[in-house]
Design a protein around this ligand. Structure first.
Ligand code: COA
Length: 186
């Protein structure tokens, strides 16, 4: 599966970005990427991604079985990160979680849809049956983007998370059922 990378993909406006799994060597590039995000993009992310200690911890523990980050690069700069999280045991072992962050300059150009499809493909090939995304309900654009990629809102957790400004926010749980991967000849 990962042997398909690096892979060049075309955005709606004709430019190409390169997709590939993140490695430990990307720590500085990832740090620059997260620090380049606007507050509007960072506001509702789960982790304080500009904290270097959190980033260093992620990099140290990088294990594709549990967390597979696929980055998008344009002219040598990281412009997006999509991550597939999975549990390797327990009753949720058939469920993956997807998180996508795209630099505001690259939003609305089709990259979200491409990255979502990549993660779905990898997840299905890895035997997962469902993908879940947790999105702040106020991010109507993000909810619409995930709906376009086949995710359905199944529940809302009211006043569940706090954003970086300490305000409570509602979270939509969005789920996509994954088709079994095609076997050769089928
Ligand atoms: C949410 C996000 C991943 C979407 O990625 P994107 O590259 O901007 O979205 P795309 O250009 O691929 O658009 C995907 C679909 O959503 C629709 N969409 C995107 N923005 C929209 C908006 N503001 N209003 C309505 N629809 C919108 C597009 O029309 C497209 O639909 P289509 O496939 O039917 O044409 C991206 O904007 C982002 O990183 N946001 C900040 C972080 C975040 O909120 N992440 C979600 C938490 S996991």
């Amino acid at each position: 599966m990962l042997e398909d990378y690096p892979k060049k993909v075309k955005l709606k406006d004709g430019i190409f970005v390169t997709l590939r799994p993140m490695t430990r060597d990307d720590e500085h590039g990832v740090y620059l990427f997260f620090n380049s995000l606007s507050e509007a993009t960072r506001q509702f992310l789960r982790n304080d991604v500009v904290d270097r200690k959190i980033l260093t911890g992620w990099m140290r523990e990088l294990n594709y079985e549990k967390t597979l980050p696929i980055i998008a690069e344009y002219e040598g700069r990281i412009v997006a990160n999509a991550t597939l999280h999975r549990k390797t045991f327990g009753w949720g072992r058939h469920v993956g979680e997807v998180r996508i962050v795209i630099h505001s300059d690259f939003q609305g150009r089709g990259l979200g849809g491409i990255l979502s499809d990549e993660i779905c493909h990898i997840a299905a090939a890895g035997g997962l049956k469902k993908l879940v995304a947790r999105i702040i309900t106020a991010r109507v654009d993000a909810i619409k983007a995930f709906e376009s990629s086949g995710f359905e809102p199944i529940a809302v957790l009211r006043n569940y998370v706090k954003d970086i400004n300490q305000n409570y926010a509602d979270i939509a749980i969005m789920v996509k059922e994954l088709a079994s991967p095609r076997t050769e000849g089928s």
